[in-house]
Ligand binder design. Structure first.
Ligand SMILES: Nc1ncnc2c1ncn2[C@@H]1O[C@H](COP(=O)(O)OP(=O)(O)OP(=O)(O)O)[C@@H](O)[C@H]1O
Length: 657
């Protein structure tokens, strides 16, 4: 049993991993990974481990408690999931379990879904040979707080081998006895706290404190995080025993680089009023590459921006906490699949504070009692940890509240071997937080050091180009009234609820509640309709494949119903606003735009996993943001485009305390 006092004692004894020399071990084999897992990884096109995987996997396989801190997109999920699976493969299953062998706790439902899909994508390939070779039958279940008692009990019956959930849901399961405390003590071998820097800020402290007394002393605990914070320290003391601390940084850095090297950061200074104008200029003049993820701080701002852009023929979807969960996951899936290019996301961490203030105000307002606001999902979260696929550009239309928020937002691009860019629109009011962000990143003005922490002024947009669009932008902005925003938000919600209903209709023969996360992706819908709860057994796989084909067919027909970037404006977009006429175009920006298009076309040939350039040269020459400056004054980014896990990259791990 782990109690707080023990944890405090242990923390003094914790071991620290120091690896200043270049890491020798580079292949999956050398990390001691099971050949069947290696083969599954290779089939997924993942042939080399990343630095955090190189350092973390052997330690986890040895049975050590590990605290791992590494940049966003650095591959932390596989760093814990692969050794976890390997341990469960070799678990002979001689003893009869009464609770899950492993628990993965994450802050949001979206991350529950993601952790399960990582498992599926990994095991989907290899499950047949795994079963054939070693009779592995791993059952993975995700449960969240929205599930009612009987569903929770059904999901936990068995019991599953791996349980993916939020701390709040585990707490509910403990209270309702769906999870028995003595069973946890008997069965739990591995506990993972993923996105640990967020767990406490999402208000899960009490839930975790309710769980820790029941974690057996022998249970191996892993804590994964992108940033270090007081919250991570607190969790470490609460849950881990003598952990090894891994902090990944790169050789030669004066300070840890928090932003991946393959992401270029830019900023534009503009007034709050001009933000829509600048946004229009970036998108309409095609100065940023798709796919594009745009962050705003409130749902209303998301819809305001959507309506504004719509008038210029730019279609977007708005991902936010008030949408039904089915829709949210479907939006993520469609965006990841490349079905639309522009996604506006409300940053949940900013939302929580603002909406809470609004909700408090509602209590006293009679008017708002008559029109209560839709309930926001407290387990919603897309900014942190979600693996958006192939997002090239992240735009901060509104700045986050702090530097940690910035790091997580920018981390949605430049994931794995991809390159990316970010553009922050910074108003006078946001200068303070912008300065704080720069200070936290340890921005290095000296370009020659190639620091990825440097945020450069955006080089491709001239004043003339912006001013030429001002009249049109201001005219349209005026037409997007508060009422229009409110109506479009309500309309979108109605559409999405209807979508959810239509999804339900497809599966009405299914006895289970379609509101749960099992129905939220094509793959999971199929899984649930077979009542598998992510169990993979030989006989079921073939049926699974047939169902996938059927469901894909059904979705193809209903694809229009399920479109998330539908126009919401009452007035259709006027034809004359769709294109920028020749006389409004600024030649310098036009030139920049051409280069961006050329670069995109070149990159389009290698859409998903771009391998690191062997010498870094060719990518740089293709990169318009490095090669071109609209103002002609400065060249940015002498970085060599080193990429995560690239051959040339040196790394070290060091103590973080
Ligand atoms: N060894 C590898 N080679 C290539 N791609 C990888 C490798 N490991 C992971 N990836 C891919 O990198 C992407 C990012 O991985 P992951 O989501 O684990 O990052 P993360 O460190 O958890 O990021 P965050 O802190 O934002 O949650 C995923 O698409 C994953 O499939």
């Amino acid at each position: 049993m782990v109690i707080l006092a023990d944890a405090k004692q242990n923390i003094q004894n914790e071991k620290i991993k120091e690896e200043d020399e270049e890491e020798e071990v580079k292949t999956w084999e050398e990390l001691g990974l099971d050949p069947r897992l290696i083969s599954a990884l290779n089939k997924n096109g993942i042939d080399k481990p990343t630095p955090i995987q190189i350092s973390g996997i052997p330690l986890i396989l040895e049975g050590k408690d590990v605290v791992a801190r590494a940049k966003t997109g650095s591959g932390k999920t596989y760093a814990y999931l692969l050794p976890l699976l390997q341990k469960l493969f070799s678990d002979t299953g001689a003893s009869k379990k009464t609770a899950p062998s492993a628990m993965i706790l994450v802050p949001t439902r979206e991350l529950c879904q993601q952790a399960c899909s990582y498992y599926i994508s990994l095991c989907g390939y290899e499950v047949l040979s795994l079963i054939a070779a070693c009779k592995v039958q791993l059952k993975v279940v995700q449960v969240t707080s929205s599930m009612v008692g009987k569903d929770l009990r059904a999901a936990l019956a068995g019991p599953p081998d791996i349980l993916v959930s939020t701390p709040a849901c585990i707490s509910t399961c403990l209270q309702s006895d769906a999870l028995k405390t003595n069973s946890i003590q008997e069965s739990l071998q591995l506990l993972v706290l993923d996105e640990a820097d967020l767990l406490l800020s999402y208000g899960y402290e009490d839930d975790l404190k309710a769980l820790t007394p029941h974690i057996p002393r022998r249970c191996q605990c892993l804590l994964m995080s992108a940033t270090s914070s007081a919250d991570v320290e607190k969790l470490k003391k609460l849950v881990l025993h003598s952990p090894v601390i891994l902090t990944l940084s790169e050789v030669g850095d004066v300070k840890d680089e928090m932003i991946p090297k393959n992401v270029q950061q830019f900023w534009i200074s503009c007034s709050t009023r001009d933000k829509q104008l600048y946004m229009l200029s970036l998108l309409k003049l095609e100065l940023v590459q798709k796919k594009i993820l745009i962050f705003v701080n409130t749902i209303d701002m998301g819809f305001r921006l959507k309506l504004f852009l719509e008038q210029f023929g730019i279609k977007t979807a708005v991902l936010n906490a008030e949408l039904p969960q089915n829709s949210r996951l479907h939006i993520l899936e469609e965006f990841n699949a490349g079905l639309f290019d522009y996604l506006i996301a409300t940053d949940d961490s900013q939302m929580k504070e603002k909406e809470k203030a609004n909700d408090d105000a509602q209590v006293t307002s009679k008017k708002s009692k008559r029109h209560p606001k839709p309930k926001l999902d407290s387990e919603f979260g897309v900014v942190r940890g979600i693996d958006f696929k192939n997002v090239y550009t992240v735009i901060n239309f509104e700045m986050p509240l702090n530097a940690a928020g910035y790091v997580h937002r920018i981390g949605r691009t430049g994931r794995a071997y991809n390159t990316g860019a970010s553009v922050s629109l910074v108003s006078e009011d946001e200068m303070e937080v912008f300065e704080e962000i720069k200070a936290t990143l340890g921005e290095e003005e000296d370009d020659s050091k190639g620091s990825s922490n440097f945020i450069a002024p955006f080089p491709l947009l001239t004043k003339n180009a912006v001013e030429s669009l001002r009249y049109r932008a201001e005219d349209v902005a005026k037409s997007v009234t508060k009422i229009a925003v409110r109506e479009s938000r309500a309309q979108d919600l109605r559409n999405e609820i209807l979508n959810s209903e239509k999804l339900k209709a497809h599966f009405e023969s299914n006895p289970r509640d379609l509101g749960t996360e099992f129905y939220t992706s094509r793959r999971s819908i199929v899984t649930e309709s077979l009542n598998l709860y992510f169990s993979f057994y030989l006989a079921e796989i073939s049926v699974y494949c047939i169902f996938v084909l059927l469901i894909v067919g059904m979705f193809a027909k209903s694809s229009d119903l399920l479109k998330h970037d539908k126009e919401l404006s009452r007035k259709p977009a006027p034809a004359h606003l769709r294109a920028v006429p020749e006389y409004l175009q600024d030649p310098t920006t036009q030139e920049a735009s051409k280069i961006v298009k050329m670069a995109r076309a070149a990159m389009g040939k290698t859409p998903s996993k771009r391998r690191p350039a062997s010498k870094g040269k060719s990518r740089k020459s293709k990169d318009p943001l490095k090669a071109h400056s609209a103002e002609g004054a400065k060249r940015f980014g002498k970085r060599k485009g080193k990429e995560m896990g690239g051959d040339k990259k040196k790394k070290r791990t060091k103590a973080d305390e």
